[in-house]
Design a protein around this ligand. Sequence first.
Ligand SMILES: *[C@@H]1O[C@H](CO)[C@@H](O)[C@H](O)[C@H]1NC(C)=O
Ligand SMILES: *[C@@H]1O[C@H](CO)[C@@H](O)[C@H](O)[C@H]1NC(C)=O
Ligand SMILES: *[C@@H]1O[C@H](CO)[C@@H](O)[C@H](O)[C@H]1NC(C)=O
Length: 551
Amino acid sequence: MRASNVACLLSLALNVPASYANPLPDPVLVDRATNFNNPVLWEDYPDLDVFRVGDVFYYSSSTFAFSPGAPVLKSYDLVNWTPVSHSVPTLNFGNKYNLNSATDRAYVKGIWASTLRHRSSNDMFYWIGCVESSKTYIWTAPNSGAKANGGEVSNWNWTAAATINKCYYDCGVLIDDDDTMYVAFGNSGIQVAQLSKDGLSEVKSQKVFTPSGNTYLEGSRMYKYNGNYYIFVTRPANAEFVLKSKSPWGPYEQKTLVDNISGPLPNAGVSHQGGIVDTKDGKWYYVAFMDSYPGGRIPVAAPITWSSDGWPSLVKDGNAWGKTYPMPVQTSKTVPPPVGTDDFTGSSLSHEWEWNHNPDNSKWKLAGGSGGLVLQTATITDDLFTARNTLTHRIIGPKSTGTFRIDVSQMKDGDRAGAALFRDIAGYIGVYKDGTSSKVVMVNNLNLDSNWSTKSKGTVAATGPTLAAGTTDIWLRVQADITPAFSGTSAQRTTTFWYSTDGSKYTQLGSALAMTNSYTFFTGYRYAAFNHATKALGGSVTVKSFTMQNI
Ligand SMILES: *[C@@H]1O[C@H](CO)[C@@H](O)[C@H](O)[C@H]1NC(C)=O
Ligand SMILES: *[C@@H]1O[C@H](CO)[C@@H](O)[C@H](O)[C@H]1NC(C)=O
Ligand SMILES: *[C@@H]1O[C@H](CO)[C@@H](O)[C@H](O)[C@H]1NC(C)=O
């Protein structure tokens, strides 16, 4: 039987609603019903905080200077995830988050490890995060509808609710059974703060744990289970410890959950820095990330069991983190797959997208219907890293293509537009409009230095055709290999750049770009569409579609 037939039969068996537009994406689903494979989502969603409301699992992640920030993903089975919101719709951390100039921008600053929970008593989501090691920002989504509707949110109305004038570094919030809110945070010494009844200010805080031997700890996640308080902390980048106490204020005892565990992917880092969540029927899972550069930090999940005296242990495959485990939840409810085509037909951008900094909202719009996404030039610059309104999309691994169909007919003299492989060492394929001539170019050697200042604005490495007068659409493709090459190999992954004038026949332009495996930029490589002016504003391009596919 062909795989598609199997998938089709299965969809009947699972009673998938007829209205679901994109039926059962692939034969993997056959397997999915009983087992899942790690990573659960091969995309860069680091510093995760997972929790469950009713039938719905939620996942919050850090995004640095990308905007909107702190995406919220949802899942019904802890394995298939899709982004449904962003807790921080506009980065309200200062003017540099608007990417004002080459010397007034915020790459690598912004949202680091932060926390998200739903509070049942007032049906409100709370996102809490420390920015630039100085202030803690709280965003809330009131009247979410989740409480009344089995965890389903009908209204994500994020509001900048408060700022606390201290840093809850790498924080994790716990909403206790009596509705008191606690936040565990800190590096090295771990502290706990108690918040006011409305959750928007601090009542008190104190240090609750000092690691032995000056071990550097961070990444706190706080829980209550069977009457005990737990703080999960990480020793970057290879261990997770569990602190346990009868009181939120300690004293805490420490045990190791994982230390230098191998698996589940070769040449990636050690799985660590995560959190735990239970299913409705009482099974527990630890979800962590692994450093998988050049792709970033990707989530992996494994079951945990509890000892009679309240310590968790990971269910391993031998001594390693398993590649495959039984599916946590059997359900017919599904979320859209991460791959596919975005035609930009909705009334707002999908939560798959994040701008390189806060965008200039006067310079982009969804045209409506099948009109696509209009990107007017927003900055006059010859530096892509200083151009506003570059729209980025996570790359799915291990290998994939991101193809943008772009109408370039409204570009003006001096404009540069195209499809980038976006990170601190970057490249792109694009269209340069000079005078009345539009030519296709491949550019490499765009670099930021270790302070995230622009070191190199790029070099035209190859020139393709000059577009015939009257050309509207061009297809620009970035083909990336983000197979981990972070440890135990000297391999360098590469990306190639392609164009097509008819959407079917693609030609590679330039040679492959060598990607960096360094973690210091933190965010992994992304696909991106850009359009900036070098002479004067007024031009535009229209992104008609974006398609991401595994290859
Ligand atoms: C969203 O919150 C604002 C207050 O921050 C309120 O004025 C508005 O009515 C809310 N919108 C919805 C749809 O709940
Ligand atoms: C971690 O484990 C690997 C094998 O999986 C081993 O080669 C390495 O020495 C270990 N590192 C530490 C710090 O224990
Ligand atoms: C980064 O900034 C520091 C402090 O200003 C300076 O000492 C260092 O030379 C800079 N590094 C680079 C690569 O410019």
